[in-house]
Design a protein. Structure first.
Length: 188
């Protein structure tokens, strides 16, 4: 079994090599499937990640969710100083609604209105890699695992990835939190 760091390097390199058209197709595929899940679960309190270049772009999904005033939408807010992640209300994707943190990730701009994570119904989770049964390999900081571990078991966790990010060789450790479902944007 490959080491986590080697898998991270390999998968991130492959994902960063995606052409803009391929990334747009991935985003469109993810949007359709994620919205199906939101509707089927009648979820009204949702947390979605704001993608970096190596992740499936959820902006089209987020834009659709923001149009529904019945949905409270949140995005991750990382506080490296205290080593934790919270969820802040997301008002839009325009530059005035977003800030860029020290990791280069977009997040809700200050002042951040935090949503109670225990009130979430669904979380769209990024990952460097996933297994079909929901094991997840993150960036290595542990922010998502610590955050997800605090959520009630009723919160539905959905991993979002490209077919190239599906693996069968991910080791699982006691602190790793599995997702309940994996949305795969494939090259078909």
């Amino acid at each position: 079994m490959m080491e986590k760091s080697a898998i991270r390097d390999e998968v991130r390199r492959v994902m960063l090599d995606r052409d803009p058209e391929g990334r747009a197709r991935d985003a469109a595929t993810a949007r359709v499937r994620c919205l199906e899940i939101v509707r089927s679960r009648a979820a009204k309190r949702i947390m979605a990640y704001l993608a970096d270049p190596g992740e499936i772009d959820l902006d089209p999904t987020i834009e659709t969710l923001l149009e529904d005033d019945r949905i409270d939408l949140a995005a991750p807010v990382v506080s490296a100083r205290v080593g934790r992640m919270t969820c802040g209300r997301l008002r839009g994707l325009d530059p005035l609604s977003l800030a860029v943190d020290r990791y280069g990730l977009r997040s809700p701009a200050p002042p951040v209105v935090e949503l109670d994570p225990r009130s979430l119904e669904l979380v769209l989770v990024p990952g460097v890699a996933f297994t079909p049964d929901g094991r997840r390999l993150g960036r290595g900081g542990g922010y998502y695992d610590r955050f997800l571990a605090t959520l009630p078991p009723t919160v539905h966790l959905v991993g979002v990835c490209h077919a190239r990010q599906l693996r069968n060789d991910l080791a699982s450790e006691a602190h790793d939190v599995r997702v309940h479902e994996v949305v795969v944007a494939s090259e078909n």
